[in-house]
Design a protein around this ligand. Sequence first.
Ligand SMILES: C[S@@+](CC[C@H](N)C(=O)[O-])C[C@H]1O[C@@H](n2cnc3c(N)ncnc32)[C@H](O)[C@@H]1O
Length: 203
Amino acid sequence: MTKDTGPTLDTQLWKPRSVAETRALYSGWAKDYDADVTGAGYETPARLAAALAAESADLTAPILDFGCGTGLSGKALAAAGFTTIDGTDITPEMVAQARALGLYRELTVSEPGTAPPAGYAAITATGVVSLGAAPPDTLDTLLGALAPGGVLAFSYNDATLADPRYMQALEGAKARADLLSEAYGPHLAAKDMGSTVYVLRKR
Ligand SMILES: C[S@@+](CC[C@H](N)C(=O)[O-])C[C@H]1O[C@@H](n2cnc3c(N)ncnc32)[C@H](O)[C@@H]1O
């Protein structure tokens, strides 16, 4: 059973849209985002943070929360024990909410498609590389920003798992990296939606 979960989640969130439409959607949603997705049982951030922690020897090494949004994904990383978390996102209004949390070391508003700075031990993308948000080639861009041995952890929701373009990008990423873990589980419980969390280590 699905239930009403706020106007943005109840409309078609997981459909293709332009960058301008994506920014408009998230800038208009920024204030209500946390209440809506938390109310809908958003479980992917905690699952992804735990999966990354299981593969990380040093929780103090700097990590980048790519597509950090309002900071729910960063909060989950901090709860899993990570201590040095930077965040970046294309939507200024989402980043403003994240800034108010005070948990990120650095926060930046980025341009879509721009490679993050080098030097991170790990990059996460929680609910970001997805139909209606960042495009499939984002995986390639994020892997490119990691040094060999760096770890990329990301999630694909059900709609994304059903999209051949995103699955092809996943195959491309697996060709450049070792798959450390892959686990399907709940994404938004109220929507009966799942996601797969992948953790890859760049070769
Ligand atoms: C569903 S939210 C997830 C936010 C956060 N990671 C979380 O788990 O709550 C998707 C975020 O991806 C951002 N986004 C969309 N397209 C992006 C892109 N091309 N590059 C970086 N961030 C993007 C949006 O601005 C939005 O904040």
